[in-house]
Design a protein around this ligand. Sequence first.
Ligand SMILES: C[S@@+](CC[C@H](N)C(=O)[O-])C[C@H]1O[C@@H](n2cnc3c(N)ncnc32)[C@H](O)[C@@H]1O
Length: 218
Amino acid sequence: MTVTSPPTSGFEAHAARGPFNAAFFSLMGPNLEWNLRRHKRRVFADLPQTVVELGSGVGANLRHLPPRATLVALEPNPHMHRRLRAAAERRGVRLDLRERVAEDTGLPGSSVDTVISSLVLCSVADVDAVLAEVRRILRPGGTYRFVEHVVAPEGTPTRWLQRALRRPWGWTFEGCSCERDLAAAVRAAGFAHVDIEPYRLHTPFVTFNTQIAGIARA
Ligand SMILES: C[S@@+](CC[C@H](N)C(=O)[O-])C[C@H]1O[C@@H](n2cnc3c(N)ncnc32)[C@H](O)[C@@H]1O
C-alpha cells in the first residue's frame, strides 16, 4: 500500500491567527512593498509570462508580474485565498491557486522556468526540502528569485532581540522564524549559480530588518 501525505502536510491553518495574518498582510502590504520595492524590482525584473510562487499570501507580488501573466500560487493557508483571488482579478492575473506546501508542489520535474518567493522561507516547516523541491521543478537554467528575512549577525542587538522575541513572534506569525541563515541554505542547496545581496531595512519590526534578495539558477 502506498501512503501519500496530504498536499498541506506540515502546515496547519489556525482558526484565529490565519485570518489575523491575512488581514495583517493586507493592511501592511503597501508599507512592506514600499520598503522592499528596490530589492523586489531587482530580483523580480523581467519575469516570464508564467511564474510559480511559494506562499503567495494575499498577493504582494502580483504587481511584479507582466500583463496578463499566469501565476501558479502555492498557498497552504486557506485564509489567504479570498484576498489573493480578489487581488489577482483586480490586476488581471490568471491565478492557478493550489492549496499546497512548497515542500511538495505536485509539479512535474524540470517543468518550470521561474519560481519566486517573498518572506516565505522564514515560515516553511523544512527549508532544505523546499529548496530541493524548487531545484527539482526548475528546468536547467531556470531561476529561483527570492526576497527573505534572515538571522542577524551574532553579537548584534538585532540578534539578541530575535532570540528574545522568538516565541511570541513565531506564535503570532504562524511559525515564522527570524533566526534562519537562509543565504547559507540557498548556497548549500546545489544550484548552479547563486547571487545574493544582503541589506538592512529600517522598519519598526527590528527583528525582521536583516534581509537578503537573490537569484539562484538551476
Ligand atoms: C509572511 S507571509 C508572506 C506572504 C507573501 N509572500 C508576502 O510577501 O506578503 C508567509 C506565507 O507563507 C505561507 N506558508 C507557510 N508555510 C508554507 C509552506 N510550507 N509552503 C508554502 N507556503 C507556506 C503562509 O501561508 C503565508 O502566506
